[in-house]
Design a protein around this ligand. Structure first.
Ligand code: ATP
Length: 326
């Protein structure tokens, strides 16, 4: 009921009376009053005016389930939200829930991670109170070799949601990072549990530096936050809700088509590497050339010095600009 009351308060331009809320939820005035008092105690600024009712003036920057649920506009993505003030890693939690049978679209959100993960055992710096750490659990009917494409689907959804909610020119650094002004604001990590021929579940983890004010010195060159780029603090839950909405759409299109051809053009428009000279670092190999864009399976096409076009598979590689991070 808390999430529903919050949604109604948000949708109402002026005031909604206690009586209207009671009738909507078939509960007593005291029950409504209790929820309103609870919301106030949690930091919501709710104005109560005699004979007019309640009006939501301001929401706190929290990622609690009721706040996220009240903002969601999805069928399944994020509809089952679990919040942790601290988690080892949201991907690890999501995988555990995957084993326990949690539903498709379950979203795990944490305020802080003690063992935030990047690719290949790297660490994701996860301080408290300023960032989004979340993982979505998926149970898609696709083949294991199609699953890595979902990293690119999520990268695009996050990029578009960030652009819409903050107005910042977020771009994708192939395959799994999002940058603003050439520095990383977001990393994405996809993990899965498979049998030979099918997928039990997939977990996509997303870490976004939203209001982070500073980074450890070893990251200061390459990392940034949305706040540091334009001096504005952002509430995290609306961004999460926007990502869920965009991802649900993009994911359904991906499933219908079976590859990325439906979003390839949009992705390439958002690709920071496009047209740039890049160095691809593969275990035991490097190659240099001009990045052209992705193909329909998400490989990065690179035109090398001798005029050949090479398709690079995302699995094990990192891409760097010849002259810097991008
Ligand atoms: P790269 O970004 O170096 O190409 P990658 O895409 O494989 O590599 P990820 O696995 O996405 O990297 O993320 C892990 C790396 O990101 C870490 O090794 C570190 O350099 C950097 N990093 C860690 N925490 C953060 C953070 N909060 N914000 C930005 N960058 C971070």
């Amino acid at each position: 009921m808390k999430a529903k009351i919050l949604s109604i308060l948000r949708e109402t331009d002026g005031y909604i009376s206690g009586q209207q809320l009671c009738e909507k939820f078939h509960v007593s005035r005291t029950a409504v009053w209790k929820v309103i008092e609870q919301l106030k105690a949690e930091g919501y600024q709710i104005e109560a005016v005699r004979n007019r009712g309640y009006h939501l003036e301001k929401s706190p920057d929290v990622m609690w389930p009721a706040e996220i649920e009240s903002l969601l506009d999805t069928e399944w993505a994020g509809r089952n939200v679990l919040y942790f003030s601290e988690a080892d890693s949201t991907n690890t939690r999501a995988k555990r829930l995957g084993e326990e049978g949690a539903v498709h679209g379950t979203l795990i959100v944490a305020e802080r991670q003690t063992e935030g993960k990047g690719r290949r055992g790297r660490r994701w710096e996860s301080p408290s109170g300023s960032s989004i750490y979340m993982s979505i659990l998926l149970r898609p009917d696709v083949l294991p070799n199609q699953a890595p494409m979902l990293t690119l689907v999520m990268a695009q959804s996050v990029t578009e949601a960030v652009r819409r909610t903050t107005g910042q020119e977020a771009l994708i650094k192939w395959p799994n990072d999002i940058v603003v002004n050439g520095k990383k604001v977001c990393g994405i990590l996809t993990e899965m549990s498979t049998e030979m021929e099918w997928i039990n579940y997939i977990v996509i983890g997303v870490g976004i530096n939203v209001n982070t004010e500073n980074f450890p010195s070893e990251l200061a060159e390459t990392a940034t936050s949305l706040y540091l780029e334009n001096g504005e603090k952002h509430c995290r839950a609306p961004l999460i809700a926007e990502i869920m909405k965009q991802f649900e759409k993009d994911y359904e299109m991906f499933l219908r088509i079976g590859d990325l051809s439906g979003m390839q053009e949009r992705y390439n428009r958002l690709l920071v590497n496009r047209g740039r000279e890049v160095r691809v670092l593969e275990p035991g190999d490097t190659c240099e050339g001009q990045a052209i864009g992705i193909n329909e399976t998400g490989e990065l096409l690179i035109r090398t010095g001798n005029g050949e076009t090479r398709a690079v598979y995302a699995g094990e590689v990192s891409v760097r600009g010849i002259y810097g991070y991008v």
